[in-house]
Design a protein around this ligand. Structure first.
Ligand code: SF4
Length: 439
């Protein structure tokens, strides 16, 4: 059989990375949810928070896989051409693309060839060559494979800025059903190892305060994971409870959600005709509320209604279910209370607190400090006054919020279509703010 050259491998493994919703980053999706081909194989464009364009080499190390996850284009039973880089090929390729300015970072994932340890060793060798021999100092995000030896996970973290282990399916039952070679233990083990290493690294930096020799960075951009949305019957509540636990227990920097794209004909998979992008979007909004606004998963959803409202953002939906907590007096409410008002985001809450120090606020001041009055007007009072003459019914409120929300979603649409893994996972800043905006 004719050996494939590096460019040929890049074509296969760059395209394979696009579809890999588990071991690799999620697919780059156009607004319609269809995959979008990069201009050069394997190079995808991301953006930093401040709008800089960042080309990344996003590629699998190999698409030869010993596992057979039902939803994956690279699963063992799929009839696709199989190729692998060698460590040197991958390092040479990334260094050459970097030298000529085609990429500013590497996103390296892989299928599981001959077991997780074998593949991890090869990926680590590729990164070692890239970092130490080629002098590559830009951003590297590498996947840790499920079930990999903890020592290898640590080695990878010493060479990468960010490491991630993709959990993919939110419940143990779905894992057993759709990805029988993986289980919670093999996924959480590497995650736990990374969490411990990152905590040690941060503590040493704090204690050292620049006095001792500089410690080698250990995944300085933290760890993340990805969950597939819609490949299994798991509810949003199940997904958000898991997300909450991951942030709390393992200090994850981000959980990414990837709307399931049907690439295999498998009777175990749901017959979706289009990826559930709206659901993915609501989960990102809810995730933002968990991380930044002090909400808990069980406040946003419950067993009786375990899916997020498709028509409203999760904060507005929560407010409608908790009308007894409103209206809130803008001139007296504490920050965490203001943050729960639809139409008041984190920046706006800060501006309100700041302005309140000088004078009490009237309705005429609220738009000026950034309050979205279309959403907030029924939920606040100013100097004890309401904006409406009679209390609106819950149905009227819902209708109003839906209209206000539809307007803002339309204007955010272009950005949101590029949500998720196509964003540059910045070291310290958080790309999410660009997309969710203030809620
Ligand atoms: S481990 Fe599963 S998800 Fe990852 S490449 Fe193999 S079949 Fe696909």
């Amino acid at each position: 059989m004719k050996r494939m050259d590096t460019l040929g491998k890049l074509r296969v493994l760059g395209a394979a990375a696009r579809h890999d919703a588990s071991c690799a980053a999620g697919a780059l999706k156009s607004r319609s949810g269809q995959g979008k081909s990069p201009a050069f194989p394997g190079i995808y464009i991301s953006w930093t928070d401040d709008g800089r364009r960042v080309p990344l080499l996003k590629v699998l190390y190999t698409n030869r896989c010993a596992y057979d996850c039902a939803y994956c284009a690279n699963r063992a039973s799929a009839d696709v051409p199989r190729v692998s880089f060698t460590p040197r090929e991958l390092a040479d390729l990334a260094a050459a693309l970097h030298r000529r300015g085609s990429i500013a970072g590497l996103f390296l994932s892989s299928a599981v060839h001959r077991g997780p340890d074998h593949t991890m060793r090869e990926m680590i060798e590729a990164l070692r060559l890239l970092r130490q021999e080629k002098g590559f100092t830009d951003y590297v995000h590498v996947k840790a494979l499920p079930g990999a030896d903890p020592a290898l996970v640590r080695e990878a973290a010493l060479l990468a800025d960010r490491v991630s282990v993709n959990i993919e399916l939110p419940s143990p039952e779905s894992l057993r059903f759709l990805a029988p070679q993986k289980d919670r233990r093999s996924l959480l083990g590497p995650m736990r190892e990374l969490a411990a290493g990152i905590a040690e690294y941060r503590m040493e930096i704090r204690e050292d305060r620049g006095r001792g020799p500089r410690r080698h960075p250990f995944a300085p951009a933290g760890q993340s994971t990805q969950l597939i949305v819609g490949a299994s019957p798991d509810s949003d509540l199940c997904i958000l409870r898991l997300t909450e636990g991951l942030y709390r227990r393992y200090g994850l920097r981000r959980v990414y959600y990837s709307a399931y794209v049907r690439v295999n004909d498998d009777p175990r998979l749901p017959p979706l005709t289009a990826p559930p992008l709206l659901r993915e979007r609501r989960l990102y909004q809810a995730d933002w509320l968990l991380r930044r606004y002090g909400f808990r998963a069980d406040e946003l959803l419950d067993e009786g209604s375990p899916f997020l409202d498709e028509e409203l953002d999760p904060k507005a939906a929560w407010a409608l279910r908790n009308l007894h907590l409103f209206p809130v007096e803008v001139n007296a409410a504490e920050r965490h209370v203001l943050l729960r008002v639809p139409g008041i985001g984190a920046r706006t809450a800060e501006r309100i607190l700041e302005a309140r120090r000088c004078h009490s606020l009237g309705f005429e001041d609220l738009a000026g400090v950034g309050v979205d009055m279309k959403r907030a007007r029924h939920f606040v009072t100013c100097r004890g006054r309401c904006l409406h003459s009679r209390e609106p019914s819950p149905e009227e409120l819902r209708r109003d919020l839906r209209t206000a929300f539809a307007d803002s979603e339309e204007s955010e649409g272009a950005q949101l279509s590029l949500w998720g893994n196509t964003r540059w996972p910045a070291r310290d800043a958080d790309a999410a703010s660009c997309l969710t905006g203030e809620m």
